[in-house]
Ligand binder design. Structure first.
Ligand code: 23J
Ligand code: MN
Length: 256
């Protein structure tokens, strides 16, 4: 048996299962809302081409309108000033889209404090307990935030001081940029915290990770169905030539 045969056998017996980490993509899917004077991206809309009608009697199809960073999506290095001369989404080596999942569960901390930030101490405590982060890992930040996926106001959680959603501190982002991970995945609308615009540097997760040729993966769900280690992540952005990111299907394969 090859390794692929073993995996396929495990999938057919239920010894391995596929978990969809992707949020449903609809016009209601929450979109990042940057404050003025910044421009914002668009939500999904479908434009009918035909619907089994005069425009196509035997077929239905739509044109899609959406941003590169709409819904569950991958951030490529070229999305950020620090990575703008780096890798566009179509240039990502496909092998880097697949890697071991390391899931850090901070849902209790985030339930108590929506502005919770990951610090180097959190990563160091994980490494002390579980060993070094594997090369090429997708580090997944489990916060429970995906429970708000269907409610844009709760998901974005903004007040007069801006959005309140969890993320990474500037020091935490630098720590991750120096680690062997491939990417950082979150349940929130972006890889940075809601309050990250006011940090130094602004948006430290984007700044440090995309500047270090690492990727972001956003608006994930079902992280509570993953083990802390032992799952495989498959991220599948479209190869938009020169694109700064892409809506993506994110899947995990987990052992039973
Ligand atoms: C542009 C500016 C700030 C942020 C973002 C985009 C994202 O979260 C994104 O989707 O990359 S925070
Ligand atoms: Mn993005």
């Amino acid at each position: 048996m090859t390794a692929i045969d073993s995996l396929l056998a495990a999938l057919s017996t239920g010894e391995a299962r596929v978990i969809d980490l992707t949020a449903p993509l609809s016009p209601q899917t929450p979109i990042l809302q940057l404050p003025p004077p910044f421009a914002n991206t668009i939500p999904l809309s479908l434009e009918k081409v035909s619907d089994f009608d005069d425009d196509g009697p035997f077929w239905g199809w739509n044109n899609i309108h959406l941003g590169e960073h709409t819904g569950t999506h991958l951030d490529a290095p070229t999305h950020w000033a620090t990575g703008r001369h780096g890798t566009a989404v179509d240039q990502i080596p496909p092998a880097r889209l697949i890697g071991p999942a390391v899931v850090l569960d901070f849902s209790a901390e985030v339930a108590a404090n929506p502005d919770f930030l990951l610090e180097p101490e959190h990563f160091e405590a994980h490494v002390a307990a579980a060993g070094p982060l594997p090369a090429g890992a997708w580090l997944l930040f489990r916060t429970g935030w995906s429970r708000f996926n269907q409610d844009a106001a709760a998901f974005l959680n903004a007040d007069d001081r801006g959005p309140h959603t969890p993320g990474v501190s500037p020091a935490g982002a630098k720590w991750l940029a120096g680690s062997p991970i491939t990417g950082f995945g979150v349940e929130t609308v972006g890889i940075d915290a809601g309050q990250a615009g006011g940090m130094e540097p602004s948006f430290p997760a984007h700044n440090s990770l995309l500047g270090a040729d690492k990727y972001g993966l956003t608006q994930l769900q079902n992280l509570d169905q993953l083990p802390p280690a032992g799952a495989l992540v498959v991220a599948s952005p479209l190869p938009i030539v020169g694109g700064t990111g892409s809506p993506a299907r994110a899947l995990a394969i987990v052992p039973a």
